[in-house]
Design a protein around this ligand. Structure first.
Ligand SMILES: Cc1ncc(COP(=O)(O)O)c(C=O)c1O
Length: 441
């Protein structure tokens, strides 16, 4: 037990994606972190079952990253990102390119997943325009997709509440594929479900409706995390790739969560052997130590946009903090840890033990599904009658009280620990969840 830390005045902070009123009545504050553990304001050690928000893949407080950031801050705190560069931005881009699928070696820096998504959508539109097909502006997302909170991201995203308040201002010309989650067909799957590849064929319907010549890009998460851990059915991504290729439509994989080892490979694209045209990245790219994101782009897409432009700026897009010195120092140190400690391979080798531990919850109290891949598991609970989401919310709070951080979306609990987790901690995660589920209605 560490000494408790005083709770500050909480009235001024409007917290994101938070039930502000309930939170402030019973706050959960984190005051320190090291390795697999957070320290809470009341001095307890909390096992991090979610890598923060799916982002601290190398574990907390990595001294190599801390030193790289502090050295960088002392040496060059900031360099403008437009028309001027600094060495680490180029080095970090090269380091990311090295672990992307072959040919996806042009890197555009952002500061978050949301910015990566909006950037990727803009690159798709700019690419078609550069090829003389500027009429290809339609974007296709998927139901239950989460692509951050920019107007582009919520337009292609498929989460009702994230869109409702802004429905009048969503970008026009967007359509959605159906999601792939159906418990009558694929409950308690280990890894990729057998059923559901055919759902990708819905893209043919959308193409028939709008005509391929109007469609710029399809964006999906190869493995959806934030909307409740949706694992792609076997063959589904392959079909999406085949159909998009057939019609000259770009395929964007949003790998903000699935990138950097979460599934036991550098990217989901690598794991599934399906190469998209653009990959959005964030979170694990810097181990979340400094906000950072990136878009990896096939070099022919980059070359088309750059080559089509008259002399001068080729792509009118960028952020004050694109390739920020602190972010790129953190990225370089993070990627070095992933490589040196072979953390992606570690995630792959731990995944059978993770699978076994997760599926012990199968058929347990309130549990209607356990699904998993790599170091991700979703545990779906039967909703409380008349109160969807309430049961998972209570489980989340009780797990936290019991010293375990999980996440929940609707009635699904999500587990996605740092890749440095060991087998006894994996058992602890799922045993704590099982014990908590026994105590709630
Ligand atoms: C797939 C995906 N895309 C985009 C985002 C948005 O990232 P950020 O919160 O960094 O803007 C998230 C965040 O969870 C995500 O899971």
């Amino acid at each position: 037990m560490n000494s408790p830390v005083k709770i500050p005045d909480m009235s001024h902070l409007w917290m994101p994606f938070t039930a502000n009123r309930q939170f402030k009545e019973a706050p959960r504050l984190l005051v320190a972190a090291k390795g697999m553990y957070y320290t809470s304001h009341d001095g307890r050690q909390i096992l991090d079952g979610t890598s923060g928000l799916w982002c601290v893949n190398a574990g907390h407080g990595r001294s190599e990253i801390v030193e790289a950031i502090s050295r960088q801050a002392a040496e060059l705190d900031y360099a403008p990102s437009f028309q001027i560069g600094h060495p680490n931005a180029f080095l970090a881009a090269s380091a990311i390119a090295q672990i992307m699928p072959a040919g996806m070696d042009r890197i555009f820096f952002t500061n978050s997943g949301s910015e990566s998504v909006d950037t990727a959508l803009k690159i798709a539109l700019a690419y078609h325009r550069a090829r003389g097909e500027g009429q290809r502006t339609r974007l296709i997302g998927r139901e239950r997709g989460y692509h951050g909170v920019g107007f582009g991201g919520i337009s292609v995203g498929g989460i009702g509440p994230n869109r409702k308040a802004f429905s009048g201002a969503l970008i026009p010309g967007v359509d959605h594929l159906p999601h792939t989650h159906d418990l009558s067909k694929n409950a308690n799957s280990h890894g990729q479900p057998e059923w559901g590849a055919h759902l990708a064929d819905d893209l043919e319907r959308i193409v028939a409706l709008h005509d391929a010549s109007t469609i710029a890009a399809v964006i999906v998460e190869p493995m959806a995390g934030s909307t409740g851990v949706l694992i792609p059915p076997k063959g589904y991504l392959e079909r999406l790739r085949a159909i998009t290729e057939k019609y000259g439509i770009l395929l964007i994989f949003d790998e903000v969560i699935s990138g950097f080892g979460r599934l036991g490979a550098a990217t989901a694209s690598e794991l599934f052997g399906v190469t998209p045209d653009l990959i959005t990245l964030a979170k694990g790219v810097s181990n979340a130590s400094v906000p950072a994101g990136a878009v990896a782009v096939k070099h022919n897409i980059h070359d088309t946009i750059v080559g089509a432009s008259a002399k001068g700026i080729e792509f009118f897009h960028g952020y004050t903090y694109s390739g920020h010195p602190l972010a790129t120092a953190a990225i370089l140190a993070t990627l070095d840890i992933y490589k040196r400690e072979k953390l992606f391979a570690r995630a792959a080798s731990l995944s059978p033990a993770f699978d076994t531990a997760a599926h012990k919850l199968e058929g347990g109290r309130h549990v209607i599904d356990v699904r998993n891949l790599g170091l991700v598991a979703g545990i779906e609970l039967a909703p409380r009658p008349g109160a969807p989401g309430a049961r998972a919310a209570e489980a989340f709070t009780k797990c936290f009280d019991q010293g375990l951080m999980v996440r929940y979306t609707g009635d699904t609990l999500a587990v996605s620990p740092p890749l440095i987790i060991d087998e006894s901690q994996i058992s602890q995660v799922f045993e704590t969840i099982a014990a908590v589920l026994k105590t709630i209605d």
